[in-house]
Design a protein around this ligand. Structure first.
Ligand SMILES: Nc1ncnc2c1ncn2[C@@H]1O[C@H](COP(=O)(O)OP(=O)(O)OP(=O)(O)O)[C@@H](O)[C@H]1O
Length: 307
């Protein structure tokens, strides 16, 4: 059965002068799922999300949000947007801002309970917006995005700059949204965030989708990986490879540090250790490392992500 898409982006493009910020980008966000747009700085994530939010217009392609044009005003009560900046009254207090937004919705969450839920309690709730810390502003912005019980939430780098506790609060909230059937489209640089939260990850680079799938699919079921160990220098790696499945790779890095790559499952590990045993080699510090989303990302884009 075809999935129902809350957000559908087909062949989207957006150019700023000579910059092709978005260059023929296509992806869909199935209803009730969390999708992460993951990519390096300048990949076109924010531009894409802002077009989906109805704040910018694409130059070409098609964007449908809950089945309609993103600029359609009727979408407003159904969609929550976490703004990076702006949209706030600098002198208003956090609790006032949230109550104001709640008042625009027919069946909002309880603002006080939501503020407590994101950790803005006590004096923080009564602090003017401009005096909140960067992280507190972000948490308030998150609360404002969800207070109206939206069907769909856009979160642009929701945890950038947050401390560990606030990051986990945000992740828990996103997981609660999904459990309640809310659809979430978020952007992130953080691999662990995408791996932890997203049902589907769309890797964007230079305005194009370079890979998409579940985190497990992108890391090929988690089986692709490597074994690392220390042993005497000069092992016969051709002989080792002959004992392993075709396509495996082996290298000696610095003297006596070995890396063996392949589909790392129990049989692969057993084959390596059996070969070592047969050759009187004790592999020291033997460890298994699964291929991570970051490895996939670096292979696809050639760049390291900010952590
Ligand atoms: N209003 C604008 N005018 C001119 N260029 C812009 C504008 N907005 C974005 N760009 C350019 O478009 C490209 C994509 O930017 P965008 O903000 O969408 O990327 P991003 O993936 O969200 O990056 P980051 O992770 O750094 O926020 C960048 O080269 C950026 O400089």
């Amino acid at each position: 059965m075809a999935e129902i898409l809350a957000v559908e982006v087909v062949d989207l493009s957006k150019t700023y002068g000579p910059t092709r910020a978005v260059d023929g980008l296509s992806f869909g966000v199935p209803v009730g799922t969390v999708t992460a747009l993951l990519g390096p700085n300048g990949a076109g994530k924010t531009t894409t999300v802002e077009i989906c939010e109805g704040f910018r217009r694409g130059d070409g392609g098609l964007v449908r949000v809950l089945g309609t044009d993103p600029a359609d005003q009727k979408l407003r009560p159904r969609v929550g947007v976490m703004l990076q900046s702006g949209g706030m009254y600098p002198g208003a207090r956090a609790d006032e801002m949230l109550r104001l937004v709640a008042a625009h919705h027919a069946h909002p969450l309880d603002p006080a309970a939501l503020l407590a839920r994101v950790g803005l309690t006590g004096s923080a709730a009564r602090t003017p917006f401009r005096r909140l810390s960067g992280g507190q502003k972000q948490l308030l912005s998150l609360a404002m995005a969800v207070v109206g019980r939206p069907e769909l939430v856009f979160l642009d780098e929701p945890t950038a700059g947050l401390d560990v506790r606030a990051r986990h609060e945000t992740w828990d909230l996103v997981e609660e949204l999904r459990a309640a059937g809310v659809t979430v489209l978020l952007t992130t640089h953080a691999m662990d965030e995408a791996e932890r939260l997203a049902d589907q990850v769309v890797i964007v680079n230079r305005g194009k989708v370079v890979a998409a799938g579940t985190p497990a699919e992108l890391t090929r079921g988690g089986a692709e990986g490597e074994l690392r160990f220390r042993a005497p220098v000069g092992l016969d790696l051709d002989q080792l490879l002959a004992a392993l499945p075709t396509g495996s790779q082996a290298a000696e890095r610095a003297g006596g540090h070995y890396v063996v790559r392949g589909t790392v499952d129990p049989a692969f590990l057993a084959a390596v250790t059996a070969w070592c045993a047969g050759n009187g080699v004790l592999p020291n510090d033997l460890r298994v490392e699964q291929r991570s989303l970051e490895d996939v990302f670096v292979d696809l884009t050639g760049s390291e992500l900010a952590r």
